[in-house]
Design a protein around this ligand. Structure first.
Ligand SMILES: Cc1cc2nc3c(=O)[nH]c(=O)nc-3n(C[C@H](O)[C@H](O)[C@H](O)COP(=O)(O)OP(=O)(O)OC[C@H]3O[C@@H](n4cnc5c(N)ncnc54)[C@H](O)[C@@H]3O)c2cc1C
Length: 426
């Protein structure tokens, strides 16, 4: 998806956000969240505003400009036995982007989402005013901004609590499960003992094997278990060209081989490999061809049980849509933001190629399953859901829009996502 914008880049984020309709980080949101509402609208690009402003190692508190990347933070913090407490599946995201999407990681069941660790923000509001935003005094603006997808103000600086780690290495184990129900049970059981858990499921398997997969669990190594030194990002390759849309049978075969090759033994891995495996292959999205892909990510509430998760897989089988990569995580507490995605339950991410005509009807059917289960979809990934289903998915929408009206009464801030879902003028 491309919408031409006037992207203002610069080290002085306070200056370049003046008159901008939106701030964009590293553009890792899958859909239209970081795109302008209309061609030619001025967007501030934060990536050059990347200074660390304060690091208090004794208190484990960091303050930095919003454009700093998670990769740079890892490089700064891991040697100090400190960690950004919640990290998403790629390190090519900015601090501001992590706040705006209220991102989650493999430790959501224990640590919650990114916003739970935010102490303060420095923001440029829609009125132009630049303000320090700190709880509890301004918890209402914080709650609207965390998960607010950039629509309540430009985040200039972020102050967060860091996590302490015993070493910069992880101990990881994997276990294969023959079907979806045992995979989900394995994931939830591991969550009671392991801080980092995730499942990968095979949505192209047939019959009882549909949804079979691998649970991966990890924890930071204690000093006697850890190798010498600090892990480096390691070698990475790049997909040099857009590949034709992958044939279904090729991926089904790949899935079968992947399951057969999974070793259940314990291994020591770097945080880069464990938390951000896709970062090892630059431009991996080109594997989906010129049109790219969308991701349907939902959370099925704990009280709805596992049946709706089975139904998501059955929808894929029924519609013939091919989801090549299915990732499942265990969610803990409700997010702090008015529109935060996480809530207690099971989150399922389905990658779907946009070139496939079956993808759009599949997304519509998947949304219906989520609505019936009382669940949510993730705005940082979505690009195909329409305003009517979104309203049914989000009973919290009116509260968010009311907060947005309060902090931006003239609706100066907007995005392509706000045009699609919230009725903003294009
Ligand atoms: C391979 C991959 C794996 C991922 N894995 C996960 C995962 O495990 N968990 C998860 O939660 N997410 C995941 N994501 C999504 C990603 O973490 C979010 O989309 C994140 O917001 C991207 O950060 P960014 O800096 O690239 O922001 P962008 O994509 O540039 O922007 C995203 C949103 O944040 C807003 N924004 C960005 N910077 C600012 C700012 N300074 N002030 C105000 N608003 C701002 C934008 O306006 C936009 O609405 C993944 C994405 C990829 C590509």
């Amino acid at each position: 998806m491309r919408v031409p914008a006037r992207l203002a880049q610069g080290e002085d984020l306070e200056a370049i956000t003046r008159d901008a309709v939106l701030t964009r980080g590293l553009g890792r949101a899958y859909g239209d969240a970081a795109l302008p509402p209309r061609p030619g609208a001025r967007v501030a690009g934060s990536r050059l505003a990347d200074r660390v402003l304060a690091l208090d190692e004794a208190r484990a508190v960091l303050r930095a400009e919003a454009g700093i990347s998670l990769l740079r933070l890892h490089q700064l913090l891991l040697p100090r036995r400190l960690l950004v407490p919640v990290v998403p599946g790629t390190a090519f995201v900015t601090l501001g982007g992590m706040v705006a999407a209220d991102v989650h990681g493999k430790n959501h069941h224990l640590a919650g989402s990114f916003g739970d660790h935010v102490r303060a923000l420095r923001m440029r509001l829609a009125s132009g005013e630049v303000r320090e935003v700190r709880a509890p005094e301004q918890e209402d603006l914080l709650r609207a901004t965390i998960g607010g997808m950039g629509l309540t103000g430009h985040i200039l600086e972020v102050e967060i609590d860091l996590a302490r780690i015993p070493s910069p290495w992880l101990i990881e184990e994997r276990e294969v499960f023959p079907d979806l129900e045992s995979l989900l049970a394995g994931l939830l059981a591991d969550g009671a003992r392991w801080p980092y858990t995730v499942a990968w499921a095979d949505a192209l398997a047939r019959g009882a094997a549909l949804g079979r997969g691998v649970v991966s669990r990890a924890r930071f190594a204690e000093p006697p278990e850890a190798p010498e030194g600090v892990p480096a990002r390691g070698r990475h390759t790049s997909v040099p060209l857009d590949l034709p849309w992958l044939p279904r049978f090729g991926v089904a075969l790949h899935n079968r081989l992947r399951l057969a090759a999974t070793h259940s033994g314990r291994r020591t891995v770097s945080p880069y490999a464990s938390f951000h495996p896709l970062d090892a292959a630059g431009n991996w999205n080109r594997l989906y061809g010129r049109h790219g892909f969308t991701q349907h990510q939902c959370v099925i509430p704990r009280e709805a049980g596992t049946e709706p998760v089975h139904e998501l897989f059955r929808v894929l089988a029924r519609t013939g849509a091919s989801s090549y990569l299915v990732v499942i995580k265990d969610f803990g507490r409700e997010g702090r933001g008015l529109l935060s995605f996480p809530r207690p339950g099971i989150t399922v991410c389905l990658d779907l190629p946009l070139a496939d005509p079956r993808t759009r009807p599949a997304v519509e059917a998947l949304d219906e399953v989520v609505i019936a289960a009382g669940g949510r979809i993730y705005l940082a990934k979505d690009q195909l859901t329409g305003p009517a289903p979104f309203r049914r998915l989000e009973p919290r929408l009116e509260a968010f829009l009311a907060a947005r009206r309060r902090f931006d009464p003239e609706r100066r801030l907007s995005s392509a996502l706000a045009v699609r879902l919230f009725g903003d003028p294009a």
